[in-house]
Design a protein around this ligand. Structure first.
Ligand SMILES: Cc1cc2nc3c(=O)[nH]c(=O)nc-3n(C[C@H](O)[C@H](O)[C@H](O)COP(=O)(O)OP(=O)(O)OC[C@H]3O[C@@H](n4cnc5c(N)ncnc54)[C@H](O)[C@@H]3O)c2cc1C
Length: 347
């Protein structure tokens, strides 16, 4: 498929991540004309640990996409090591490229026109200027969906600032491990954490922290030190960094829409963003199809995000109590007063 110099579409979606693809598929399945552009040459790859949760997505993803699933979570603080065991796997891992390819295939089957290697440069008068290969083209639209992630062009076009965000570091290493590990270590990651998420033939090892709590440079140093303490050497040139935008300020702006991280819909506490991207993508599609659609699932998720904000707020106000709070959280998980699902973005 080749873009014409001046393309026109009913709905233009910028960004081929889980939010954009979920939105595109639902619109096309309901008879809408949808064009989706993605700046990368391949749909799917993303700096991400690939963790999906049971209440969120695990039940809805085909088994062939699941790399490993974990009924037991190992949570560490400096003082405790807790195993949280559930009947169902609480978290599983997926490969982002394969998941993206599968979602793109479903969207194409529904009739979405997908253009990879197409970078949105400028938005002006219901038209987007794009670079497609070496050519510059324009695409006119009736509805514009910004599904373009944490550094969203559409969000900036709408004049929304992003002040609440986190930074995640990820490294995929060809190592075999069996346990899913979460490490809550305030002296290294403040109220963030580090993780080891086993995949089929590799692990995702990484760290996440709020941008206001710790600089990216320091986070990287602490991550390498911590990994060394787990017996893993991280090649510095293999660390990939990504922003996590949790500064939600709305998703509907006349005929402009925001989904996923472009809308600031990730958890500031855990960095979970795949489920929120899909739920908000589908909700925006429903709203375009029927402006009276109530979007209850999205509303519940936004409430959950607010709860995660509250925990961040307390941790920011009392940094000295951070370690105490984390140990309390882990203790409550151990004695089952708190459910691990409280940390998920889904209900
Ligand atoms: C280190 C790290 C680990 C993470 N681990 C997890 C995890 O285990 N589980 C989880 O649920 N979440 C995780 N996340 C968060 C998760 O990856 C994101 O929240 C999720 O991918 C958001 O989906 P999205 O569709 O909103 O945006 P994205 O997946 O970021 O997709 C946006 C797409 O838009 C494209 N794009 C951007 N600008 C343009 C443009 N101008 N023109 C054309 N295309 C454009 C990008 O190339 C990208 O493909 C992690 C994040 C980081 C940084």
């Amino acid at each position: 498929m080749v873009l014409t110099r001046e393309e026109q579409t009913e709905i233009l979606i910028i960004g081929g991540g889980p939010g954009g693809l979920a939105c595109a598929r639902m619109l096309a399945e309901n008879g809408k004309q949808v064009l989706l552009i993605e700046r990368k040459p391949v749909i799917g790859p993303k700096v991400c640990a690939g963790g999906i949760t049971w209440s969120g997505l695990l039940q809805h993803v085909p088994e062939t996409l699941i790399e490993k699933s974990f009924p037991v979570q190992h949570i560490y603080t400096r003082q405790q090591h807790v195993r949280v065991k559930e009947k169902q796997p609480v978290v599983a891992t997926v490969n982002r490229e394969k998941t993206g390819q599968w979602m793109a295939e479903k969207a194409r089957e529904a009739g979405v026109k997908i253009y990879p290697d197409t970078h949105a440069l400028k938005i002006n008068n219901e038209q987007v200027v794009v670079r497609h290969g070496t050519d510059t083209k324009t695409i006119g639209y009736k509805h514009l969906v910004g599904a373009d992630g944490a550094n969203s062009l559409v969000r900036r076009y709408l004049g929304l600032k992003t002040t609440m965000s986190g930074v995640g570091l990820n490294c995929m290493l060809p190592i075999q491990r069996h346990d899913m590990e979460w490490h809550l270590l305030p002296h290294l990651f403040n109220y963030g954490y580090a993780w080891i998420f086993p995949h089929k033939e590799s692990i995702s090892i990484g760290a996440y922290a709020d941008k206001t709590a710790i600089s990216t440079k320091q986070l990287k140093r602490n991550f390498i030190i911590w990994a060394q303490s787990r017996g893993i050497t991280i090649p510095a040139d293999q660390i990939r960094a990504g922003l996590v935008n949790y500064d939600y300020q709305g998703y509907a702006f006349d005929n402009n829409w925001l989904v996923g991280e472009a809308a600031g819909l990730a958890s500031g506490l855990t960095g979970e963003g795949i489920y929120p991207a899909i739920i908000s993508g589908q909700a925006v599609a429903q709203k375009i199809l029927d402006p009276t659609y109530p979007a209850h699932e999205l509303a519940r998720m936004i409430k959950k995000q607010q709860k995660h904000h509250k925990v961040i707020h307390y941790a920011q106000r009392a940094p000295a109590l951070c370690s105490l709070l984390m140990n309390l959280l882990v203790f409550l998980l151990r004695v089952k007063i708190l459910d691990f699902r409280m940390l998920e973005m889904a209900d």
